[in-house]
Design a binder for this molecule. Structure first.
Ligand SMILES: Nc1nc2c(ncn2[C@@H]2O[C@H](COP(=O)(O)OP(=O)(O)OP(=O)(O)O)[C@@H](O)[C@H]2O)c(=O)[nH]1
Ligand SMILES: [K+]
Ligand SMILES: [Mg+2]
Length: 401
């Protein structure tokens, strides 16, 4: 029996099984079996080919956003509207056959936007170009799920299920469960909060399915068996997603109003250029990028060319900033002077672990290098402390923009 048949069989058994306290343990075991098979299904094909022909697009810019949706919802029209890069759009389905990259310039940052072929129900199992599309989605920092506002809203659930089945979790945080495999000692199961959907026996049953006999499991929230399986599998991708309801030009004002009130949802029309600004603003907020303006001693902050940090990619600490500028900068780091919302006073002298915030101005002071020669090159110089007078000027400059 192939993996797909096995999956179908387990799904059928789960559908037959009544959900109650008595069947809970069996259900847990079935869910674990299903999760294992799905992971197996996603393993790269053994023939050595990645199967991602034309889909490997080089990462570019400060973040990556992917357009996912059914055929002909307007993904390509949207790419063209937002980036100016032309992606073929037409009234027939599957116009787009590969991954087309474009770049959005917004708030001095560069965001890569990827247009993708339409996907259909069953994409996760390899229908159409589903697998390649999903692989690209997994590499994105933000998904824009494009939906046709004039069509039934059930499409959103179908696509969410497809993504769920390949381990993509939309707008969710990883479960707060500590899990560590051990060599001996059996299974230790505990929790810091009362649990309503998990108990010792269910946890054992699921771990048994994974042939894990020694482990420490600590629930820090009232999580359920799906959460535990996600933590054991360890390959889940937690991605932010915005639901972009396109083609509102053919909807009633009441429908548009309803969409605008739903969480993570934006009504727009790529074709009529309606609410493109609103969409960009929401994208920007969702990505939570942190722009840091660096400045040299006595110089003005470089407001035109921020270093863009992301909590999802590399973090937003002073250390992340150093790493992004140069790989050896953190090692030469003495302290940083920070002006902005993250600092208590202007400037605040900070260490590598200080969390930066959007639009902070930072000056990095390096350790004195005694060997000489390379000093004073690049973005920063080795110096004495900044006089308060200059600091004050910079504070004003930093707050103005
Ligand atoms: N009325 C209306 N039509 C739109 C809008 N956006 C796109 N369209 C039309 O919808 C059709 C499909 O647009 P595409 O951009 O090709 O859609 P797609 O999602 O890229 O389609 P595939 O690549 O085939 O999956 C085209 O005829 C577009 O002109 C919109 O906002 N309003
Ligand atoms: K199309
Ligand atoms: Mg297209």
């Amino acid at each position: 029996m192939g993996i797909l048949e096995k999956i179908k069989e387990i799904e059928a058994e789960m559908a037959r099984t009544q959900k109650n306290k008595a069947t809970e343990y069996h259900l847990g075991q079935l869910k674990a079996k299903l999760a294992k098979l799905r992971t197996e299904l996603q393993a790269p094909p053994k023939d050595g080919k990645g199967g991602g022909e034309g889909f490997e697009v080089q990462k570019y810019g400060d973040g990556r956003v992917a357009l996912i949706g059914f055929p002909s919802v307007g993904k390509s029209t949207l790419l063209t509207a937002l980036t100016g890069t032309k992606s073929e759009a037409a009234a027939y389905e599957f116009t787009t056959l590969t991954c087309i990259p474009g770049v959005i310039h917004y708030n001095e940052a560069k965001i890569q936007l990827l247009d993708l072929p339409g996907i259909i129900e069953g994409a996760a199992e390899g229908k159409g170009r589903g697998r390649q599309v999903i692989a690209v989605c997994k590499s994105a920092d933000l998904l824009l799920m494009v939906l046709d506002a004039s069509k039934p809203h059930g499409h959103r659930e179908i696509l969410t299920r497809e993504l769920e089945s390949v381990g993509v979790r939309l707008n969710r945080r990883p479960p707060s469960i500590y899990f560590k495999k051990k060599k001996t000692g059996g299974i230790s199961f505990s929790s810091t909060v009362p649990l309503t959907r998990m108990d010792d026996k269910l946890c054992h049953r699921i771990l048994q399915e994974y042939k894990i006999h020694n482990a420490e499991v600590l629930f820090r929230e009232d999580a359920d068996m799906d959460d535990l399986i996600d933590v054991i599998e360890g390959n889940r991708r937690y991605t932010r997603c915005l639901y972009v309801y396109n083609k509102i030009d053919v909807c009633s004002i009441e429908e548009v109003d309803m969409i605008a009130r739903m969480p993570h949802s934006i009504p727009c029309s790529a074709f009529q250029n309606l609410n493109m600004g609103g969409l960009l603003e929401r994208m920007w907020d969702s990505m939570a990028l942190v722009r840091v303006y660096t400045k040299k001693v006595g110089g003005k902050p470089d407001f035109a060319d921020p270093v863009v940090l992301s909590a999802d990619r590399g973090g937003t600490k002073v250390e992340s900033l150093c790493n992004q500028i140069h790989r050896t900068l953190a090692a030469d780091f003495l302290y940083a002077l920070v002006w902005g919302t993250s600092s208590k006073h202007y400037p605040q002298r900070c260490g590598l672990s200080h969390q930066l915030e959007d639009e902070d101005v930072v000056q990095i002071v390096k350790k004195k290098v005694t060997t000489g020669g390379e000093e004073g090159r690049g973005r920063f110089k080795t110096t004495k402390k900044e006089p308060a007078r200059i600091a004050d000027r910079e504070k004003k400059a930093a707050l103005k923009t």
